[in-house]
Design a protein around this ligand. Structure first.
Ligand code: ATP
Length: 140
């Protein structure tokens, strides 16, 4: 499973030392939650340019460097391309593009996507509130 063996360098890990107080607070909450398998959903919020993507990259690096699967998706290809192994949510989770209320991800139980979803530590969905509601509901 390629997502389990994403090479992480010191350059990916080191920016944890640059996190500001708020970023570090959010990092600690999400990282500790993921590592302890408590489960939950978090919505880091802030105006553009306040360091959400920066924080996500640090989170991804520190979870992946421990051999765990951390997925990052965004609603658009441009947004997802800013992240290592980023993908659009519809592509990653086989979300029907024209799906309305009640639509479901087209993932079969034995597919590689299902295997990923069974094994992930964290899914980061950048700007999830911007996504169509039916897309996030279909993943649930
Ligand atoms: N703690 C930090 N130390 C150094 N640079 C930082 C830090 N946090 C953010 N930056 C830098 O600030 C810029 C904006 O950060 P970032 O892209 O993460 O913001 P954002 O909240 O994701 O913005 P948007 O919502 O517009 O995508 C980037 O160049 C990023 O590298």
């Amino acid at each position: 499973m390629a997502e389990k063996n994403i090479p992480i360098s010191e350059d990916d890990l080191h920016p944890i030392n640059q996190l500001n107080t708020k970023q570090k607070e959010v990092f600690d909450i999400i990282f500790n939650n993921a590592m302890s398998d408590v489960g939950g959903a978090f919505f880091p919020d802030g105006p553009g340019g306040t360091g959400k993507s920066f924080l996500y990259k640090v989170l991804l690096a520190h979870i992946r460097s421990r051999g765990f699967i951390a997925l990052i998706v965004a609603s658009t290809g441009i947004a997802s391309s800013g992240f290592l192994e980023g993908q659009t949510a519809p592509s990653r989770f086989k979300i029907p593009i024209d799906g309305g209320p009640g639509s479901k991800c087209q993932i079969s139980f034995q597919s590689s996507e299902a295997e990923l979803i069974r094994n992930f530590k964290i899914i980061i969905w950048d700007e999830a509130p911007m996504a169509d509601k039916s897309a996030t509901v279909s993943l649930k």
